[in-house]
Design a protein around this ligand. Structure first.
Ligand code: MN3
Length: 201
């Protein structure tokens, strides 16, 4: 059994004007498709074949660059599409309470996420993670690493991720990563992030 590129849960242009259709087409159809294909090649014939992506990443030998890069890329983008929506609702009561506890307010959360994404030098991701017991934490990581992997980020379970590779924003925002990050916070799928919080707290 091999990993499959998940369908986008909405049309390519659904997130406009915040995220443009052409970026979505290339990002999903080329970049995510490429990670998926290379992940399948990298695990073929190994004992990772048939395991879930979470299981693979949690037990990863970090010197295995093919699985680190492409398994990370597969998981990260699969999460990313689902934490955005043109109609994402609002955070559940319990998630909203946890955000207030950790960041003071929803605005405090957005500011901290934007500074984590803006402060990640070069390519990478910013994450909202939940620790056992429900405490939230924001962290960032380089390349396609994520906090499920040994020794990466804050070590919690990522329930929201924002891609800060240039391929995620350069067509529309060029070098203005902060503008892209601000736009991202306008299309967060809070319904889905709330579900992930409830599942992984
Ligand atoms: Mn990407």
């Amino acid at each position: 059994m091999s990993f499959k590129l998940p369908d986008l849960p909405y049309a390519h242009d659904a997130l406009e004007p915040h995220i443009d259709a052409r970026t979505m087409e290339i990002h999903h159809g080329k970049h995510h498709a490429g990670y998926t294909k290379k992940l399948n090649s990298a695990i073929e014939g190994t004992d990772m074949e048939g395991k879930s992506i979470e299981e693979i990443l949690k037990n990863l030998d970090m010197s295995n660059k093919a699985v680190r890069n492409n398994g990370g890329g597969y998981f990260n983008h699969s999460l990313f599409w689902n934490v955005m929506s043109p109609d994402g609702g609002s955070a559940s009561g319990e998630l909203s309470g946890a955000i207030d506890d950790a960041f003071g307010s929803m605005d405090g959360f957005k500011d901290k996420l934007k500074s984590a994404g803006g402060g990640q030098f070069g390519s990478g991701w910013a994450w909202l993670c939940v620790h056992p017991g429900g405490k939230l934490e924001i962290c960032s990581s380089a390349n396609q690493d994520n906090p499920l992997m040994p020794g990466i980020g804050c070590g919690g379970y990522p329930i929201l991720g924002v891609d800060v590779w240039e391929h995620a924003y350069y067509l529309h925002y060029q070098n203005k990563r902060p503008d892209y990050l601000a736009a991202f916070t306008e299309v967060i799928n809070w319904n889905h992030v709330s579900e992930l919080y409830a599942k992984h707290k």
